[in-house]
Design a protein around this ligand. Sequence first.
Ligand SMILES: [Zn+2]
Length: 190
Amino acid sequence: MDKTIQRIAQGYLRFRAEFLAESGDFYRKLAVNGQKPRVAIISCSDSRVDPAVITDTNPGDMFDLRNVANLIPERTSETAWGVRAALQFAIEVLEVEHFIVCGHSGCGGIQGARRNQVIGPQGQHLEDLSFWLRHLSEKLAILESQAEELEPELRDEFYEKIGIINSLGNLFTFPQIEKKVKEGTLHLHG
Ligand SMILES: [Zn+2]
């Protein structure tokens, strides 16, 4: 077996033998009672940004959505179905009270969105990634002249924050979310 996969498989066995054995009650209750997180979070798929790790939270605390560039497309977008399904479950079934859009520094997805066309390591056009990031590309292009006024080292952060604001704004294209925010039963955070 490949060493990396072996390490992951052994980690899982260790988790079952040690961690699960020590915190068995905690997991048993989650399994029996079901999940009731008060928070949903969307973050980037980036392997360095694990929401539970960086927020020091436990299984059962947050309902996670992850995709490239922590992107919430507008509800009517043809690429939105996966996000729509997860949002509907979080909002209408779990009835979370808080929704967090979590961006991060050094986001390759945001950098790809800036270029409008994502090019792979062999110079190949990555059309699926480009298509996914297209919605954000259009928004970032509008703000290019503002970004140019910033020091170069601040531009990445500027675009990463615009990515967060864009996703927060697009949450309002989901009627159930808009309704709950207006009622004060759902709070959005970036
Ligand atoms: Zn990222």
